[in-house]
Design a protein around this ligand. Structure first.
Ligand SMILES: NC(=O)C1=CN([C@@H]2O[C@H](COP(=O)(O)OP(=O)(O)OC[C@H]3O[C@@H](n4cnc5c(N)ncnc54)[C@H](OP(=O)(O)O)[C@@H]3O)[C@@H](O)[C@H]2O)C=CC1
Ligand SMILES: CC(C)(CO)C(=O)C(=O)O
Length: 288
């Protein structure tokens, strides 16, 4: 039995906490910046309703076996305010975020060996306060090793597909290729159904292709037809489903532009690879 502290009970954090609650066997406490009442989480048609234990003040923290960081990338500094209470010498800190720079984002607060980066592919939305819905199959991938194997064990027997890989670089760049065209939804404020338009589909593939070329330059192994697979995946998603970048723009929150399309541009520059579509998306989102 592990003591798990989850920072950021939003869309992904809600699905993870409901999954761990339904699975049982751990002691889970949510760390939130405001009071959290009962949570009503739909895990792909399976409702899980629970009243979680919650800390709302970092001073309440005590060293955990695992800290799961589920905030947005732009809220890393806020997430880190919880570390002095929650992170002891034996604590492992898993970063459940998009992008390819999980360790770098937390390097100011934690030694690299205490951080476990997690590739999260769990489509999740927060339609109303206290309500969270998982909208598609959920998968997480972590680097192979002792910490990765322990992380997989936390979710053993749950409905999520959680696995280790010896090639985490490919896993996160593959995911960034999926996230790159997600900027189209945020720019248009239109959900996944917009990918069914042919011209938008071509644009989505081209954005994913820019990311693929940059990812390969970073050492990721990515197949030529990945953009086609990504588009097929987007077209198969429920047409009203909303990615997290779109959800942030629609709600007037900050956006993970730098961690997503911005990262494609930054790493592209490092390798001399032009990424005009991702650059335009990042520029427009940052400006508006
Ligand atoms: N949603 C999705 O489908 C997917 C998201 N991801 C990635 O997962 C990560 C999380 O995304 P998502 O769950 O959508 O984000 P949400 O915005 O839904 O949730 C983030 C949560 O973090 C909380 N938070 C922010 N600052 C703090 C703080 N200082 N202390 C405690 N809690 C804090 C927010 O609080 P408050 O409720 O007060 O705003 C919110 O509950 C992102 O990197 C995203 O890109 C990856 C795959 C899928
Ligand atoms: C596209 C999706 C849902 C895939 O997990 C995602 O990563 C996001 O919304 O940020």
């Amino acid at each position: 039995m592990a003591f798990i502290a989850l920072i950021g009970p939003g869309a992904v954090g809600g699905v993870i906490s409901a999954t761990l609650t339904a699975r049982g066997g751990h002691v889970l406490t949510l760390c939130a910046r405001r009071a959290v009442g009962e949570l009503d989480v739909d895990l792909l048609g399976r409702p899980v309703r629970f009243a979680p234990a919650v800390f709302t003040d970092p001073a309440q923290g005590r060293p955990a076996d695992w800290v799961l960081v589920c905030t947005k990338a732009y809220d890393c500094a806020g997430a880190a305010t919880w570390f002095p209470g929650l992170v002891g010498p034996q604590t492992r800190v898993a970063i459940l975020q998009n992008g390819v720079e999980h360790r770098e984002r937390f390097a100011a607060w934690l030694p690299a060996e205490q951080i476990l980066p997690v590739m999260v592919d769990i489509p999740a939305e927060r339609p109303a306060p206290g309500r969270i819905a998982q909208r598609g199959a959920g998968k997480m991938i972590v680097p192979a090793g002792v910490a990765g194997a322990e992380f997989v064990g936390l979710f053993a027997g749950s409905h999520l597909d959680v696995a280790t890989t010896p090639d985490f670089t490919s896993a996160v760049w593959r995911k960034l290729c999926l996230n790159a065209p997600g900027a189209i939804n945020a720019l248009l404020l239109k959900p996944a159904g917009v990918f069914r338009d042919n011209a938008v589909g071509e644009l989505a593939k081209a954005m994913a292709r820019e990311c693929l070329l940059v990812g390969r330059a970073e050492g990721a192994v990515l197949e030529d037809d990945l953009p086609e697979k990504i588009l097929a995946n987007c077209r198969a998603a429920p047409p009203d489903s909303m990615n997290s970048l779109h959800a942030d723009r629609a709600a007037g929150r900050p956006m993970e532009v730098d961690a997503r399309n911005g990262a494609v541009v930054r790493f592209g520059r490092k390798h001399g690879i032009a990424t005009p579509l991702n650059e335009m998306a990042a520029t427009l989102l940052a400006a508006g």
